[in-house]
Design a protein around this ligand. Structure first.
Ligand code: ZN
Length: 324
């Protein structure tokens, strides 16, 4: 019955895709690639306002997914990673001016230890009047290089300090550097976050896994109109699940809509290619050495209707028994 309902929903809302964007720093010219100038932020907000886009709280989108309520494709949710002071100083006043909600992800150690660029607890509390506040780890680690136990400990520490200082629980989590795999996902499941966000280009619809939400960065030199074109291609990824130990990617195997007869494939360092789809199955031999330790693989109907998978080389291995 549930599957039948999902099929109905997917049929009607196949092309309804909301977008979740991520910001980092505001009006901070020292860091071009992670910065958004106030001028750009205002232009983006004007574009939303004048083109019938509705900026909603992330929790509203999650509620709709959990209750099988359609997500209109003019919905947009805005998120901010790290909790930089520049958000408090330059970004927040603009969000308030437009009355746009947001989700702010706190790098707990930086706030706790008063690292120079970061908001303090009072500023985060003030921001929580206008938006939702979530976790962005304790020590901002590369989670893939940690043992399960270390991932758990980092998250637990962040969680407890967050609750102690803000007086409420974080409902969502954003991966540091957007890095994760199924091992990281399994550890984070223990915290029952309503939503977990990555940092790969994509969109969100009623079939989205709330524990694996795509976000598009609106930083540096970015074209908002272009980014709003992205739609989710429903895909079941079978291979690869992890970065290959040998460094050689043997093949890509995935399931897509059987109506699709050909698709586009992108692999970091290898670029785009056209591939065939047979009865909804992609089974493409690659046999190429992956030049980048972080490799993005995209399957698309075209350049915008896509599904993304990121595999990252694990840099440190420990011989520690993993209980968690
Ligand atoms: Zn971060």
């Amino acid at each position: 019955m549930k599957l039948f309902f999902l099929l109905i929903v997917s049929y009607f809302y196949l092309f309804a895709d909301a977008h979740i964007f991520v910001y980092h720093r505001f009006e901070d010219k020292r860091h071009f690639s992670t910065n958004t100038s106030i001028e750009h932020l205002k232009k983006q907000f004007e574009y939303f306002k004048n083109n019938n886009y509705k900026v909603v709280a992330l929790s509203k989108i999650i509620y709709n997914i959990n209750h099988h309520i359609p997500i209109p494709d003019n919905w947009v949710a805005l998120t901010i990673d790290d909790g930089y002071k520049s958000f408090y100083q330059y970004g927040l006043p603009i969000f308030k001016q437009y009355n746009y909600p947001f989700s702010l992800y706190v790098y707990v150690e930086a706030t706790k230890k008063h690292y120079g660029d970061y908001m303090n607890w009072d500023q985060i509390k003030e921001a929580s009047k206008y938006g939702e506040i979530g976790l962005h780890s304790y020590s901002h680690p590369h989670l893939l290089n940690l043992t399960n136990q270390e991932i758990y400990q980092d998250t637990k520490k962040a969680y407890d300090i967050f609750v102690k200082n803000l007086g409420f629980k974080p409902k969502s989590y954003a991966y540091p550097y957007g890095e994760y795999n199924s091992k990281v996902q399994n550890v984070l499941k223990k915290f029952n976050f309503d939503a977990i966000l990555n940092q790969s280009t994509g969109s969100i619809n009623n079939l989205t896994d709330t524990q694996d939400i795509f976000r598009i960065a609106l930083t540096g030199k970015v074209n908002l109109i272009d980014k709003l074109k992205y739609k989710t291609l429903q895909t079941t990824w079978i291979e690869p699940k992890y970065f290959p130990k040998s460094g050689v990617l043997k093949s890509i195997i995935a399931k897509v809509d059987p109506k699709i007869k050909k698709a586009k494939l992108y692999i970091t360092g290898l670029g785009w290619s056209d591939i065939k789809v047979k009865n909804g199955i992609i089974n493409q031999n690659i046999n190429k050495y992956l030049p980048n330790s972080r490799t993005r693989i995209i399957i698309g109907r075209n350049y915008y209707h896509i599904s993304t998978q990121i595999i990252t080389k694990i840099k440190r291995k420990k011989n520690v028994k993993q209980h968690i």
